[in-house]
Every structure is written in C-alpha cells, then in structure tokens.
Ligand binder design. Structure first.
Ligand SMILES: *[C@@H]1O[C@H](CO)[C@@H](O)[C@H](O)[C@H]1NC(C)=O
Ligand SMILES: *[C@@H]1O[C@H](CO)[C@@H](O)[C@H](O)[C@H]1NC(C)=O
Ligand SMILES: *[C@@H]1O[C@H](CO)[C@@H](O)[C@H](O)[C@H]1NC(C)=O
Ligand SMILES: *[C@@H]1O[C@H](CO)[C@@H](O)[C@H](O)[C@H]1NC(C)=O
Length: 449
C-alpha cells in the first residue's frame, strides 16, 4: 500500500507539502471565489456611497456624533450570575475577561459568601442585584426569577459609564470573543435603535420562546440609544407581560415596544445542543465567532480535555487570531482525491474522497437537540450524517512564523463512531498524524459586510 510519504508526493509541485507524516496546507489560497466577488462589490459600493450623510443628523446623533471606529472601550458588559453558580463558572468568565480593559459588571443575586471573597481582580467588578421581591409579587409573573435578569440592563446603565455605544448582556456560562464583538458591532450604526443577538440552534427552542428574540445566554447587544430608552420604564414593561416565561422573551417584548426588530448575527451561539458539538463547531459559517453558551451541558469541545481546559485551549487560538477562529475553509487535493475542511483554531478534517463544498458546509450531526425527544426537523440548519467519516485532527498549538504568517497545528484524534457506518476510503490518510495550516498574519476581512 503506497504511503503518503512516497517521492511522488514530495516531488510534486503541489501547494500541500508532505514531510514525513506531516501535512501542510495554505489556507490563504482557498478564498471562495464568491467571497472575492462580494469583496469587490463591497469596495465598489463603498467608493460610491460618499453622500454627505451628516446633513441629516438626528438629535441623538448630535449627542453621539462621534464617528470614530468602535473599539473595546465602547462596549459595556452586564453579566448575570448567582452565588450558587459563580464558583464553578468563574473560569469561563475569566477565560475571556480582560481586567482593566473590558468594561462591565457581574451581578450576583446575593452578597458573596466568604468562600467567594476576596473578589478577584481577574473577575469583572462585582455588583449585587437589587431586591426585586416586591415587583415579583406585584406583577404575578409567570417566571419571577427572570425579573432580575431583565433588570440587570437598568442596573448596568445606572453605573453611568461614559462613551458607551453598546451594552452587551450575557450569563456567567457565556464565553465571549470580545475582539470579534468589536468588529461586528463596528459595522452597525450605534446611534440607531439596534437589538442584536442569536437564534437557538434547535427549532423547538425558537418555537417555544420566539424566533424574534436573541437568546440571552449567548449574549445580546443593545445600542446605547435603545438601552437608554428601554430602561426609562423597564419595570413597567415587565409588568405588562406577566405571561412571558423567560428573561429573553421579556426583553424582546420590551424592544418590540419601540418598533425595533431583531437582528441575528451568525457568530452568536446559544448552543441549545447536547453531547459532542464538534460536528457543529467544525462547520462554522464565514462569520466571526462571537459567543458560545451552555458549556456545562455539552461534552468538552476538545475530547482529550475537561470543559475548563477546553475553554482555555480554544482561547489560546483566539489569542493568536480571533478573526479566523472556527471559520470553515474547504479545499481539495485533486491528485489524491482528498477533501479538507479546516475550522480554524479548532479542528481539521480529511476525507479520502472529493466531496462538494455544499455538502461539507453542513455540520456532521455528532450532537443531539436540547430536548431529547424532539422530532424532525430538529435544527435550524441542514446537517449530515452519512458514513463518510473523516480523519479528525484537533487544534494543538499555533504562533507566528519567521515569514510573518500564522501557523496552527492540529493533531490526530480518534475517529468518530456511528453504529451504521464503517470507515470507507483507502485509508492512506491514516499515516498522517499532524496537519499544519498557514494563514495570513493580517486580520480576516469580513467579506460579508
Ligand atoms: C477608542 O476610541 C476612542 C474614541 O471614540 C478613543 O478616544 C480611544 O483612545 C480608543 N481606545 C482604544 C483602546 O483604542
Ligand atoms: C487594574 O487596575 C487597578 C487600579 O489601577 C490595579 O490595582 C490592578 O492591579 C489592575 N488589575 C490588573 C489585573 O491588572
Ligand atoms: C480520483 O477520482 C477519479 C474519478 O473518480 C479517478 O478517475 C481517479 O483514478 C482517482 N484518483 C486517485 C488517485 O484515486
Ligand atoms: C441504523 O439503521 C437502521 C436501519 O436503517 C435505522 O433504523 C437506525 O435508526 C439507524 N441508527 C442510527 C443511529 O442512525
């Protein structure tokens, strides 16, 4: 059986280079032609849209007339936690929180117990939610515990931070990718009323709550003017919808009162999924990764690590290049009939056959829906579970090369198992233990803007 290390391969002028059992792949050559076309269209539109828009400033724009690019100081996070959950979830928050750089607060339901003190400098500044028991009783709310989560918005605004463009609300088990939030929010006009979030992955979650809501665990962003308008009467709004059974739904109803509709961003992930979500994360769309929620409910995303280690490991890739994180690139080695799918900074898959991009873009259904007894159709996207099981590699390490490129390395992991499938292909790829991916050291331009 020929092995991938034969001279035929090493001497070929492929852009993939073999050396012993390593495989090298240049991601920069694989930009989708359609992506390039979009980029050109974008540049064209941008060049021809220099209308003097400042002629039509609203009173709001007058007080927020700062058109400088949005940066991290313009975001304020409001994170809801509780004394019961904080201890276990603190590592999730600290994996992305940058002390003295990220602005925001973490709200506990009660003053911290001795074991939570002294409050660490590496955690977001601590605040204790007000006592809402009176409102809970008076409003006869279906979900009284949700009131505190909704009102965290008022409490965050009350802190009176200066120069805020966006309030981002989330939970203690949300992992945020802050640089990507900055780039994504920067493409919106923060002087308008905007409500940005993510839908759930399972159809039933959206159906039970709302297709028009941002799932709060995954994080929602409210532009300053909208947040400021909402908090003027947030308690009144809560009283108007005593039948709304979740904080996210109440928030949506309060946003609706301003005639504002929901804007969905593809990188915000509620993760209303169970089990092994590697199939989902390995087919991330061409959009910046913004958040991952519900890590306590899924398997560790790196099979050889626990949940906290997995989170910190993904953050290593995020520190190298957050703009590319998880985004899927598909390319081919035509002479060998192999297909590659790389989820940057997370996984790399080799199929010993040519499969169309349109197929490989569908997540392998390694995961289960949030509610185990859900019926088809279960997900908000197409999935696949054919028997073409890839060779799977997970992110190991990365860094800059001397030639100012970024090199990430992926190591072989055990194959997926499925009761009705047997491994197909010629198994030549079995010899490969490691994949190296080179990418540009410059930030990935969002071609979809
Ligand atoms: C962010 O932008 C403001 C202007 O709106 C500027 O004053 C500030 O220096 C910037 N901060 C960073 C960290 O880039
Ligand atoms: C944040 O700033 C404060 C005050 O300037 C300082 O005491 C503290 O050490 C800083 N925290 C970190 C983690 O750098
Ligand atoms: C690749 O696939 C084509 C079409 O199925 C086939 O003709 C060719 O022999 C294959 N090449 C290899 C190296 O397997
Ligand atoms: C395996 O195949 C059988 C028969 O086609 C089917 O009933 C069963 O649901 C399949 N199992 C899985 C886990 O897909």
């Amino acid at each position: 059986m020929p092995s991938p290390t034969t001279t035929k391969f090493t001497s070929s002028k492929q852009k993939h280079q073999f050396s012993s059992n390593n495989f090298t792949l240049r991601i920069c050559k694989t930009l989708f032609p359609s992506g390039l076309a979009l980029l050109l269209v974008y540049l064209f539109l941008f060049k021809h849209s220099n209308y003097p828009s400042s002629k039509f400033t609203s009173p709001f724009q007058a007080c927020h007339s700062d058109n400088s690019p949005t940066n991290i100081t313009h975001l304020v996070f409001g994170l809801v936690s509780s004394i019961n959950s904080w201890k276990a979830r603190r590592p999730y928050v600290e994996s992305w929180w940058r002390p003295n750089v990220t602005r925001g607060y973490l709200f506990l339901d009660k003053p911290p117990t001795q074991d939570l003190l002294p409050w660490p400098l590496t955690s977001p500044p601590l605040r204790i939610s007000e006592d809402y028991s009176k409102l809970e009783q008076e409003s006869k709310h279906l979900a009284p515990r949700m009131i505190r989560m909704v009102l965290a918005l008022s409490e965050t605004l009350r802190e009176g931070d200066e120069g805020v463009r966006w309030y981002v609300m989330g939970f203690d088990d949300s992992i945020f990718f802050v640089d990507n939030w900055v780039s994504v929010l920067a493409k919106y006009d923060h002087s308008k009323y905007l409500y940005i979030g993510g839908q759930a992955e399972t159809i039933l979650s959206n159906f039970f709550f709302s297709f028009e809501q941002g799932f709060g665990g995954a994080g929602i962003a409210l532009s300053y003017p909208l947040a400021a308008a909402m908090v003027k009467d947030l308690e009144g709004c809560i009283r108007r919808y005593p039948y709304a059974n979740s904080a996210d739904l109440i928030t949506q109803y309060c946003v609706d009162e301003f005639g504002v509709s929901f804007t969905a961003e593809k990188g915000i992930h509620q993760i209303d999924l169970r089990g092994d979500i590697s199939g989902f994360l390995s087919a991330h769309p061409q959009a910046p990764l913004l958040s991952l929620h519900h890590f306590d409910y899924v398997n560790p995303i790196f099979p050889s690590m626990d949940r906290i280690q997995s989170t910190n490991h993904l953050m290593k890739a995020a520190k190298i290049d957050q703009s590319r994180l998880l985004q899927q690139t598909i390319c081919y080695d035509r002479p060998r009939n192999w297909s590659f799918s790389v989820s940057w900074g997370y996984s790399a898959h080799i199929y010993e056959k040519i499969y169309a991009r349109t197929l490989l873009k569908r997540p392998l259904e390694t995961f289960r829906p949030w509610l185990e007894d859900a019926k088809l159709p279960m997900f908000m996207f197409n999935t696949r579970w054919p028997c073409e099981i890839p060779n799977i590699f997970f992110f190991e390490s990365g860094g800059k090369t001397l030639r100012n490129q970024i090199l990430t390395t992926y190591l072989r992991s055990s194959p997926l198992r499925h009761p009705n499938c047997t491994l197909s292909g010629n198994h030549f790829a079995n010899k490969i233990s490691k994949i190296q991916v080179f990418s540009s050291a410059t930030k990935l331009i969002d071609v979809s803007v």
